[in-house]
Design a binder for this molecule. Structure first.
Ligand SMILES: *[C@@H]1O[C@H](CO)[C@@H](O)[C@H](O)[C@H]1NC(C)=O
Ligand SMILES: *[C@@H]1O[C@H](CO)[C@@H](O)[C@H](O)[C@H]1NC(C)=O
Ligand SMILES: *[C@@H]1O[C@H](CO)[C@@H](O)[C@H](O)[C@H]1NC(C)=O
Ligand SMILES: *[C@@H]1O[C@H](CO)[C@@H](O)[C@H](O)[C@H]1NC(C)=O
Ligand SMILES: *[C@@H]1O[C@H](CO)[C@@H](O)[C@H](O)[C@H]1NC(C)=O
Ligand SMILES: *[C@@H]1O[C@H](CO)[C@@H](O)[C@H](O)[C@H]1NC(C)=O
Ligand SMILES: [Zn+2]
Length: 674
């Protein structure tokens, strides 16, 4: 044992030096893993699973113990300070049965050289998982995993002291996917007129009384994706890229990972409130589906939709009751076929569960307020606002109608219609118990990936227009004072505007270097031409949107991380292609697409040449807050704190596993002083 232990010390220091681009397992720098890991926070009474893993690398720089993992590892938990007491085994502490030992192996690349050489390192694993645990008493807890004689991995956990009293009846969480302050600033320039440097009207977001910033890092990488960032907002637990509602373990099964309870699961069992999600993405896409999804893989779309209707069925877990409202795209997961879970018909499954089904805007607007409702309006993600409202001829080219044929979906609602209908249904169904709604403007992100700034900013203006209409509607139905309204994002893209462009001059120059002289910076950037109407041209999109989408003088804009492209800074009549295979280049070596921005100049990228689109960036993102508890959203905090702030306002902390009791017959909360 002594020999083993000293070897282990050397190995441990080696391993943390190696892993960066690739990791053996995120949040697990030692050969022992505790998930939830060190630094995890919990809501009192929030359910979670606890997984322990002991790794024995077979080969590679960490090779250890002939690849034999310690199967007799031990784990204890203790509460620090007063009322703490001695460390106890997990089964004893939580009063649960001792789980079976599990064994598997996995492989990973230690670095890019190992990947190029096709030489993965293999790791054997011994593991146990304790399911559906909860800590009710606020305080600091220490979990200690002991293995290989005298090695230990320690996880310090905090159960936050939080309110059990409900301060807001309703919460509406708007998420502009990928939306940064820079994009908000650019969208304002497109949609709102200014005179001598002063805006004559503002975005609705600009009018929120409280502004905060959230830091979006994943648990094991500083750049996040939309799955684990949504999960952080909904559960108070960080996760790994592509994972939601779980801490990613090293086993191959994407559904056996240790779960954490989400806000809608908590809300259902605590207050029996109504809840819903609305998105211009597929409803199975990360941001909407992370409300109910528990998986290592955001790509398990069919399974995730099943969890959205039926909750997690193959492990003991809480039942969220199914959404009261689900409006979005992603029909492939609903009509029977290869995209739906086990090939089943989910329109039928929802109808059998009592849902009214709507497949177009006309029937959406005719829905009653009292039944549960499923509205799936197209396959995949919605065509963007610009195509739905300005380039409407483009819609005919989509093969996206919601029953799965190759015809186009032409009767599409916008984010505003879906959100307002969702509010009416949730308000009716929630009654005194209130509701939670997440409404997502999804293609801000998706179009920034495509470097199609106009399409991205059009969807940002659609989101803002939706927020504006929702606030007016809440006022009209007498719920504004009872509703915490938040507008935030899950992450950003490195976008900004750095000047203006004379696109006519640019197009007429014959070399790339001359074309770049069309970009005017500082005093040559001029003023926004998007708010100046053109004689005889009407886009018909009303106030708060551009009067002219296609001016000669456009914005010089771009991204901090980009693939090779040809840039012409112009409005793209049809959805933009960034790169596809180019003659003279290998298939996965992307160079500029010959058909994209033919007039433009080549901008060589900064990303790997195997990356065909733009990527997420490091920036903090804004949190706009209004309503009960608004004052708690100022300042700079982590994305998981958004969850704790909402949970605090909804009184979701539990001293036991019983539901909450609303005071009197109704929820007498008209909000806190503000
Ligand atoms: C580890 O072993 C596997 C299986 O034998 C092999 O494919 C792989 O190349 C080895 N990796 C290293 C880093 O030696
Ligand atoms: C557990 O359920 C999910 C659907 O929620 C399914 O995809 C997965 O295959 C199931 N796993 C097992 C081991 O049955
Ligand atoms: C909308 O859906 C309803 C059924 O829900 C159908 O009767 C109607 O024809 C559809 N309208 C259009 C324009 O497709
Ligand atoms: C649904 O609620 C809204 C707002 O209260 C109301 O205007 C509308 O008439 C209701 N619709 C139905 C079908 O009851
Ligand atoms: C961009 O990259 C291509 C391909 O590597 C190269 O041929 C070209 O010279 C580069 N252009 C500029 C403007 O650097
Ligand atoms: C909320 O405030 C309004 C106006 O101040 C009052 O009429 C109403 O009774 C209050 N509602 C509750 C549930 O306290
Ligand atoms: Zn994205």
């Amino acid at each position: 044992m002594a020999r083993l232990a000293s070897l282990a010390v050397v190995v441990a220091s080696l391993s943390s030096a190696v892993a960066q681009t690739f990791q053996r397992l995120g949040a697990c720098p030692d050969l022992g893993c505790v998930l939830p890991p060190d630094q995890s926070d919990f809501l009192p009474g929030q359910y979670f699973d606890l997984r322990l893993e002991v790794h024995a690398p077979v080969n590679g720089s960490e090779a250890f113990n002939d690849g034999k993992p310690d199967e007799s590892f031990a784990v204890t938990i203790t509460k620090e300070g007063e009322g703490g007491g001695e460390a106890k085994g997990i089964a004893e502490f939580f009063g649960v049965a001792e789980p079976e030992l599990e064994r598997w192996d996995f492989s990973w690349y230690e670095d890019l050289f190992a990947r190029d050489a096709g030489a993965p390192s293999v790791v054997n694993v011994a593991s146990k998982i304790y399911r559906k645990l909860a800590l009710y008493e606020p305080g600091n807890y220490v979990v200690t995993l002991s293995y290989y004689g005298d090695q230990t991995t320690v996880a310090n956990w905090v159960v936050r002291p939080l309110a059990t009293k409900k301060k807001a009846k309703n919460v509406i969480l708007f998420i502009g996917d990928g939306m940064t302050t820079n994009m908000i600033t650019a969208a304002r320039l497109l949609g709102h007129k200014s005179i001598n440097g002063k805006y004559q009207s503002l975005l609705q977001m600009d009018k929120f009384p409280v502004l905060g910033h959230q830091m979006t890092h994943s648990i094991d990488s500083f750049i996040t994706d939309s799955a684990n960032s949504a999960s952080a907002l909904y559960t108070g637990h960080k996760s790994t890229v592509n994972a939601m509602g779980v801490y990613a373990d090293s086993s191959a099964d994407s559904f056996d990972d240790p779960k954490v309870e989400t806000i809608v699961e908590l809300l259902k069992r605590t207050w029996d409130s109504a809840w819903g999600a609305v998105s211009t993405a597929a409803i199975s896409d990360a941001t909407p589906i992370a409300l109910t999804g528990h998986s290592r893989s955001r790509y398990a779309y069919g399974s995730l939709v099943d969890q959205g209707l039926n909750s997690v069925t193959n492990y003991s877990w809480t039942n969220h009751g199914g959404p009261d409202v689900w409006f979005g795209g992603g029909a492939e997961q609903f009509y029977p076929g290869s995209g739906s879970y086990e090939g089943k018909d989910y329109y039928e499954a929802f109808a059998n569960a009592g849902y009214e089904i709507s497949l177009n805007k006309s029937s959406l607007l005719e829905l009653g307020n009292s039944s549960k409702a499923l509205g799936i309006f197209c396959q995949s993600h919605f065509p963007v606002w610009l195509d739905r409202n300005v380039f409407t001829d483009n819609l005919a080219a989509f093969k996206n109608e919601p029953l799965g044929s190759k015809s186009p979906a032409l009767d599409l609602p916008g984010l505003k219609e879906m959100t307002l209908k969702a509010v009416d249904i949730l308000h009716t169904r929630g009654g005194d118990k209130g509701f939670f709604l997440m409404s997502e403007g999804a293609s801000i992100d998706k179009q920034m990936h495509a470097l199609d700034y106009d399409r991205a900013l059009g969807d940002l203006l659609e989101l803002d227009d939706t927020v504006r209409a929702t606030i007016e509607h809440l006022k009209a139905i007498g719920e504004l004072e009872n509703t915490l309204v938040l507008v935030t994002a899950d992450h950003g893209h490195g976008f900004d505007v750095f000047g203006g462009v004379d696109t006519k001059y640019l197009a007429e120059q014959d070399t790339d270097r001359k074309k770049r002289k069309a970009v005017g910076t500082y005093e040559l950037s001029g003023l926004s031409q998007y708010t100046v109407p053109v004689e005889g041209v009407s886009y018909g999109t009303g106030p708060n949107f551009p009067a002219n989408w296609d001016p000669r003088y456009t914005l010089a804009q771009g991204l901090g991380g980009n693939p090779d492209r040809r840039e012409d800074f112009r409005l793209h009549g049809s959805p933009r292609r960034v790169v596809s295979s180019t003659p003279g280049f290998a298939k996965d070596d992307y160079f500029v697409d010959a058909g994209d921005g033919a007039d433009g100049f080549v901008v060589n990228g900064t990303l790997s040449v195997t990356e065909s689109s733009g990527v997420h960036s490091l920036t903090d993102v804004a949190v706009f807050a209004m309503g009960p508890c608004q004052e708690t959203f100022g300042g700079v905090y982590g994305n998981v704190d958004v969850f704790y702030k909402i949970a605090n306002c909804l009184g979701l902390a539990r001293p036991d596993d019983k539901p909450g009791t609303l005071p009197g017959s109704g929820c007498s909360t008209n909000g806190t002083k503000h």
